[in-house]
Design a binder for this molecule. Structure first.
Ligand SMILES: NC(=O)c1ccc[n+]([C@@H]2O[C@H](COP(=O)([O-])OP(=O)(O)OC[C@H]3O[C@@H](n4cnc5c(N)ncnc54)[C@H](OP(=O)(O)O)[C@@H]3O)[C@@H](O)[C@H]2O)c1
Length: 198
């Protein structure tokens, strides 16, 4: 499973239910990656999108609210989500935010498509602390999971691709692709749980 996000240099994702910055090039990139695929979003992100579904993609909405009105499939728990996507090719499934949903699902993701914006915005939602964000940091080959809210053992991602830096509306940004280097496992009940494929 993949995750896709645009973050600022403090891992900021959004504020007041909206994105931090409008970058048409990043929207095109998001479309290119997700067209014809399945995206998973939280209810608050859905509302921030004006409750409009993105064309050409299947959207699965996460909400605990029974009877929530939306013109797309809804899942009310992690278990229900996994049951819903179990027959899909996980390479065609994208976790698309926001913060609560990244925190919930990143432990199950192998590949991260991260757009890093080299600026700092006032944000009230953040991507989990697993990636380096500064220009110096991104030169490191390895990113070590830094803990944070997800109670999971150390996990590590490495940069496998980076795009050219771009500037749009006076904002400098760059695309990165990360792959998980080790298979995440938990020690629940002393048993190793394979999370790599769902
Ligand atoms: N920069 C980016 O790439 C990017 C991408 C997406 C979103 N965003 C931004 O992120 C912000 C929204 O993030 P957020 O953390 O506030 O909200 P969110 O993650 O979009 O949605 C949170 C909601 O998802 C539902 N949910 C979460 N875990 C669940 C579970 N285990 N089972 C069922 N439902 C579950 C709950 O809905 P109910 O309350 O209905 O139960 C929860 O309130 C916005 O500012 C948005 O613009 C940024």
């Amino acid at each position: 499973m993949n995750a896709i996000a645009v973050i600022d240099q403090n891992r900021g994702l959004g504020r007041d239910g909206e994105l931090l910055v409008h970058l048409p090039g990043d929207l095109r990139y998001f479309k290119e990656k997700t067209l014809g695929k399945t995206i998973i979003i939280g209810r608050k992100t859905f509302e921030g999108m004006g409750r409009r579904l993105l064309p050409g993609r299947e959207t699965i909405l996460l909400t605990q609210k029974e009877g929530y009105e939306a013109d797309c499939p809804q899942c009310h728990s992690l278990e229900a989500l996994f049951a819903r996507i179990k027959d899909k090719d996980s390479a065609h499934v994208f976790v698309a935010g926001g913060e609560a949903v990244y925190r919930l699902l990143l432990p199950f993701c192998d590949t991260l498509f991260i757009t890093k914006v080299y600026a700092a915005f006032a944000a009230d939602r953040h991507f989990p602390d697993i990636l380096p964000c500064t220009q110096t940091d991104v030169d490191k080959e390895r990113d070590i999971w830094g803990g944070g809210a997800i109670q999971a053992p150390p996990q590590a991602f490495e940069i496998v691709w980076r795009g050219e830096e771009q500037v749009e509306n006076g904002v400098r940004y760059q695309f990165f692709e990360y792959r998980r280097m080790i298979t995440p496992q938990t020690s629940e009940g002393g048993k190793k749980r394979q999370l790599r494929r769902i």
